[in-house]
Design a protein around this ligand. Structure first.
Ligand code: SF4
Length: 196
């Protein structure tokens, strides 16, 4: 039962999962990366080609952009102190063939893994990056541009909607808005820490 798994059991369950047809075309599952004590959680969409090969989320150019944006607000996926570390996961743990959009049934099958990751991590902030992360976490088909700029909630956790780095690489003018979103996320965490 996914809802009661600890981190090792959850990781093993993802790597052995055959619940949807993406198990047939994947090279590796992409569980997520970062400290289980991280305060920030980044939720992306689905693994791409490089992620599928390496088993790690957000690699390649969009990963580099994400890392530099996170560094600008003092956060990192590397083994830095937990207060500065992010946990990065995707909505889907396996790559859709040829990077096609995830199918609703694939999203539904994979969702319990993400739900359990969030329950175990108990992050102080979630950054939902891109349309499919928003659909999974907020149950909204509204465009990212309409949902960003304010604080939502997922199971009581503050959630900020922002653009996916792969989109920012194609639409540089939106980088300023993504930067505003990161600053909003940082201020939400600061307020929580000040109140603690
Ligand atoms: Fe299982 Fe998710 Fe991979 Fe589908 S995408 S096989 S549900 S881990």
């Amino acid at each position: 039962d996914i809802a009661t798994m600890d981190w090792p059991a959850l990781r093993a369950a993802v790597s052995a999962c055959t619940a949807c047809s993406l198990c047939k075309s994947r090279t590796r599952t992409v569980f997520g990366t970062g400290s289980p004590r991280a305060r920030w959680m980044i939720v992306g969409e689905a693994p791409g080609e490089q992620e599928d090969l390496r088993g790690e989320p957000f690699v390649g150019k969009s990963g580099q952009l994400l890392d530099s944006m996170l560094a600008a607000v003092g956060q990192s996926r590397e083994a830095v102190p937990a207060g500065q570390q992010v946990f990065i996961a995707n909505t889907l743990k396996c790559r859709p063939p040829r990077n096609r959009n995830p199918a609703p049934e694939e999203m539904a099958q994979c969702e319990p893994f993400l739900v359990r990751q969030i329950e175990l991590l108990k992050p102080r902030i979630i950054l939902a990056m891109g349309r499919f992360a928003v659909q999974a976490l907020l149950r909204s088909d509204a465009p990212v541009g309409k949902l960003r700029g304010r604080v939502h909630r997922y199971q009581g956790v503050p959630l900020i909607v922002t653009y996916h780095p792969a989109y920012l690489l194609r639409s540089l003018p939106e980088k300023a808005r993504a930067w505003e979103d990161l600053c909003l996320a940082a201020s939400v965490v600061e307020q929580q820490e000040a109140a603690a």
